[in-house]
Design a protein around this ligand. Structure first.
Ligand SMILES: [Zn+2]
Length: 340
């Protein structure tokens, strides 16, 4: 059996290496939702049965929320990545798709090992309605686009901050985000938004302990933010272990361009203060995924949310380096155990 999948995997690598132009994305510009989804479907067409595209559910405006899975064999543990839950943070989906492209196209043995040893999931655009809105109407939009039913002087107020709406210590940050017209509005109650319910249903469909790492990509600030976001009075049971894994990311991501990532509980580090009801805390606190983090990509504030597209490749490179370091550290801590 081992020989069979090894041969199959080697043929996948050989196939990938001769098929250089595998997709329609270029990471020299930011792409819209249609282009990202077209690229996803093309990956599935080219790399079936190793790549599968799922529709996890639909956004408020009925756009599909897609997840891409790469699996070279059965029995692997899984790593889950999501991006563009905040519509304004374009670099997050640019880098997550670029990273998947690196995984599938690299002749670097470190990345080939990652491809062989783990199942990979990517939700490139968690918030498709908001993402489309930033491309077509307002570059500065953050939330989804579901009407709140409340109006202010500017008219009806739309949208909930999806990364404040998860049902784990929801509304416990002490930071008032209960104004439906606020950019950080956390919703009228936890788990009200169709986008995060789609994600939760999808993840709930997998066996316990299958997903071992959960990474939410955001910008900006260059941080690896660990649970918890809502308090610094208590820390997660394996906080020291998560810190060592985050250190693995930061040390590896530093090498190429000298980009410094700070790491620690998001309640300690997040520039916007406490956060509650976010995806990483839900993944850790409700789903018992033993390493969960929000990774805030470049930069440290010069361009902020409007990071120029000519930095995408560099951010992708340092993220890819960081992931290799993070996974080595997670293996050392036996949070990840590669199948032999
Ligand atoms: Zn964000």
């Amino acid at each position: 059996m081992y020989i069979v999948w090894l041969l199959l995997f080697q043929s996948l690598i050989a196939f990938i290496l001769v098929t250089t132009n595998v997709n329609g994305l270029e990471w020299t510009q930011y792409h819209n939702l249609d282009e990202i989804y077209e690229w996803s479907n093309e990956l599935e067409d080219r790399f079936s049965p190793f790549v599968t595209v799922y529709t996890m559910g639909y956004s408020y405006e009925k756009r599909p929320i897609k997840a891409i899975k790469i699996s070279s064999r059965s029995g692997n543990q899984a790593i889950f990545i999501e991006s563009s839950i905040h519509a304004i943070e374009w670099i997050s989906s640019a880098v997550s798709t670029c990273f998947f492209n690196n995984l599938l196209n690299s002749n670097d043995t470190n990345l080939q090992d990652l491809l062989l040893h783990y199942d990979w999931f990517l939700v490139p655009v968690m918030n498709p309605d908001g993402f489309v809105y930033t491309h077509e109407v307002n570059r500065w939009w953050r939330k989804n686009r579901k009407p709140t039913g409340v109006s202010n002087a500017t008219g009806p107020c739309y949208g909930t901050d999806l990364n404040r709406n998860f049902n784990y210590e929801w509304s416990k940050s002490g930071y008032q985000i209960n104004d439906p017209c606020d950019h950080w509005y956390h919703g009228a109650a936890p788990d009200t938004e169709p986008e995060i319910l789609a994600l939760q249903n999808f993840i709930n469909g997998f066996p316990d302990n299958y997903i071992r790492l959960y990474l939410a990509l955001h910008s900006y600030g260059n941080f690896v933010l660990l649970p918890y976001g809502h308090t610094i009075e208590i820390f997660p049971p394996n906080y020291d272990q998560m810190m060592r894994i985050a250190q693995g990311f930061a040390e590896a991501a530093l090498v190429r361009y000298n980009t410094t990532f700070k790491y620690g509980a998001s309640g300690l580090l997040n520039y916007s203060g406490y956060v509650s009801g976010d995806a990483k805390d839900w993944a850790y606190g409700m789903k018992n995924i033993p390493f969960a983090a929000t990774i805030e990509l470049r930069d440290s504030g010069h361009y902020g949310f409007l990071l120029p597209a000519d930095q995408i490749i560099e951010v992708c490179n340092e993220f890819t380096d960081g992931m290799v370091g993070l996974i080595k550290a997670a293996e050392k801590e036996t949070i990840l155990i590669p199948k032999i």
